[in-house]
Design a protein around this ligand. Structure first.
Ligand code: PMV
Length: 344
């Protein structure tokens, strides 16, 4: 029935995967489960407004019908419309703002689609006269966010989260992400992530093209099996508070992602000389100081330096002295594991 106008606003964090989602089946079903933690300073704030109208007007993003986010957004609304019948009679306006610049190696699609999905699910709740933002609400928001971008399914939670079915992890599913924070050693909640921005150039390989490379990848099956083993091992390290296993698994997984990328059909190379130099320096620093510091890498040249809050003074002075000069214009984003989305 006509609902006049209704709007909702949420802020959702970006996340960085430690076990990577790389390769998918139709309907945004991942080929392997992934594990990530949510960031804190890097988030998207989205306001979704719907105005009831018999004839739907074109979608507007930040007042613009031709916003760069439009193609992804139009596909998203087409895909999910069937689950939200009220969208059929709604003119849609989206206001979205990122706390971090585009193309710095932090997925803005994860925080964008997570915040949008939370808005949409809140509006649905209110139209149905339901209240509350409990675990059912977050599960639904996660499954909706997944349709926009697989990694966005994980951004509806703070702390650590797993998306994708893993036989050994109860309640894990390909449909939505689940939080795993309660079962891990609390010291990992203070994990820091210094994003060493090697390049701000737009990604040379989009995620969709990246996932597609796995379709006829010679190592695909071995990769999917190994990702599950690594995820189990990482969960164990997180539970036990085993920092050296944690670092080892994070680095192995990051380099595996790039190994897979380089051994793909079209042999893309996303790492830059500076990325390799940073890896070498991080490993030397670890060896010299004995401090538990490591890295992960997304599908780009930027290095995410991982360390605990308690080691922040030493690690950050190392980063400023040795790594900053390798970053584009000295650009480093000091971020950390965050507490998750907020209604605004
Ligand atoms: O969610 P997508 O389709 O943008 O894919 C994300 C792929 C990686 O960032 C490389 C890994 C991940 O799990 O986030």
């Amino acid at each position: 029935k006509p609902f006049g106008s209704i709007s909702a606003a949420w802020k959702a964090p970006s996340n960085i995967a430690l076990i990577k989602y790389w390769g998918k089946r139709p309907n945004q079903i991942p080929q392997n489960p992934s594990l990530s933690f949510s960031l804190s300073a890097c988030y998207t704030a989205t306001t979704l407004s719907l105005i009831y109208s018999e004839v739907r007007k074109p979608i507007v993003v930040n007042g613009d019908e031709n916003h760069p986010f439009m193609p992804k957004l139009t596909n998203f609304f087409n895909d999910i419309e069937i689950n939200f019948p009220f969208l059929a009679k709604a003119s849609i306006s989206v206001i979205t703002e990122n706390s971090f610049p585009h193309s710095v190696g932090i997925a803005s699609s994860a925080s964008s689609f997570a915040s949008l999905a939370l808005c949409l699910c809140e509006i649905e709740q209110r139209l149905l006269g339901n209240e509350g933002f409990g675990s059912d609400f977050l599960q639904k928001a996660s499954s909706v966010a997944r349709i926009g971008s697989g990694s966005a399914s994980r951004s509806v939670y703070g702390g650590y989260q797993v998306w994708g079915y893993l036989a050994e992890l109860p309640n894990s599913t390909n449909d939505y992400a689940i939080p795993v924070t309660p079962s891990i050693d609390p010291k990992f909640l203070g994990l820091r992530d210094a994003v060493l921005v090697v390049s701000t150039k737009p990604k040379s390989l989009s995620s969709s093209n990246g996932h597609a490379l796995m379709v006829d990848h010679p190592y695909a099956e071995a990769r999917y099996a190994e990702a599950k083993l690594s995820l189990n091992a990482l969960l164990k390290a997180l539970k036990k508070g085993d920092l050296s296993a944690f670092i080892n698994l994070c680095e192995q997984e990051a380099l595996t992602l790039h190994g897979l990328i380089m051994s793909s059909r079209t042999t893309p190379m996303l790492l830059a000389p500076e990325s390799l130099l940073m890896i070498t320096k991080i490993r030397e620093f670890r060896q010299q100081t004995g401090l538990p510091v490591g890295f992960t890498i997304d599908a780009g040249p930027n290095i995410h330096l991982l360390y605990l809050e308690s080691h922040a003074p030493e690690v950050e002075s190392f980063a400023n002295a040795e790594l900053k000069a390798l970053c584009e214009n000295g650009y480093v984003i000091f971020d950390k594991c965050g507490t998750g989305p907020e209604r605004i």
